[in-house]
Design a protein around this ligand. Structure first.
Ligand code: ADP
Ligand code: MG
Length: 252
């Protein structure tokens, strides 16, 4: 188990009193697995991801990464937050190497690694451009490369495609899925889009409405070898979609 989530609860304090965001969440993620978390808006998906990232403390429960209790930010984890903007005044190169700069890892080896990622994913000739010169899908790939640059083994992605139009979304989801598989990463994706979850993941965890409780986990591992596009054509795609939809409806 690369990530273990055990009895996690989160209560926020607000001027109107306490807000229960998560309740008794427990599940584990295996190395190399792609898991999605779906649930109604406000059920605590982003909260859970930022707790796994070590940016927020749970009110109760523990997160273990590689068997070790998590204490704050962990270099094994790369986190793409929901509002992940590239800096408009920095070039693509300056954006994708930002993490290296912050972690003082701007050595030849890391720079060469980022150059390879840019080349492999079709962005090498845009290194000196600024983000506004790129399409939405290209910017999303940059954000992912920036997250991969520091070499995390686990990627946390919070609704990474929500700002894209439908067609771009399909192709970028395909790209990002391929990059994550090729780089052999473990991924946890938060989305409110069931189709997206079914098209990309080995398992889907369904959270109920606030405070988010773990409703069920759907196993889709029979689709593991297929690309997101191929999965959408798979005979069982709609069955999985309907099963998850029913669970979500029951969450009310
Ligand atoms: P989701 O990502 O599933 O839409 P969030 O994790 O963002 O949900 O939020 C879960 C609940 O916790 C929401 O009701 C939200 O308003 C509340 N919440 C999130 N962050 C804070 C915070 N920093 N302070 C108070 N309440 C918060
Ligand atoms: Mg959210």
């Amino acid at each position: 188990m690369i990530v273990e989530i055990e009895g996690v609860r989160k209560v926020y304090q607000s001027p109107d009193g306490e807000i229960g965001a998560l309740q008794d969440i427990s599940f584990s993620i295996e190395e190399g697995e792609f898991i999605s978390i779906v649930g109604p808006s406000g059920c605590g998906k982003s909260t859970l991801l930022s707790i796994i990232a070590g940016l927020e403390k749970p009110s109760a429960g523990v997160i273990r990464v590689d068997g070790e209790k998590s204490r704050g930010v962990n270099p094994k984890i790369g986190y793409m937050p929901q509002k992940d903007e590239l800096f408009p005044w920095r070039t693509i190169w300056q954006n994708v190497t930002l993490g290296l700069e912050v972690h003082r890892q701007m050595d030849q080896e890391h720079q060469a690694f980022v150059r390879r990622l840019l080349a492999r994913y079709g962005l090498a000739q845009f290194m000196d451009c600024v983000p506004s010169q790129l399409s939405g899908g290209m910017r999303q790939r940059c954000a992912l490369i920036r997250t991969l640059a520091t070499g995390p083994r686990i990627l946390l992605l919070d609704e990474p495609f929500s700002a894209l139009d439908y067609q771009t979304r399909l192709s970028v989801a395909g790209d990002i899925h391929r990059i994550i598989r090729q780089e052999g990463k473990t991924a946890i994706l938060v989305t409110h889009d069931i189709s997206e979850a079914v098209s990309m993941s080995d398992r889907v965890a369904v959270l109920s409405a606030r405070p988010g409780k773990l409703k069920c986990i759907q196993d889709l591992s029979e689709l593991h070898a297929l690309s997101p596009m191929r999965r959408r054509e798979h005979a069982h795609f709609h069955r999985y979609f309907n099963d998850i939809w029913k669970e979500l409806e029951l969450c009310g």
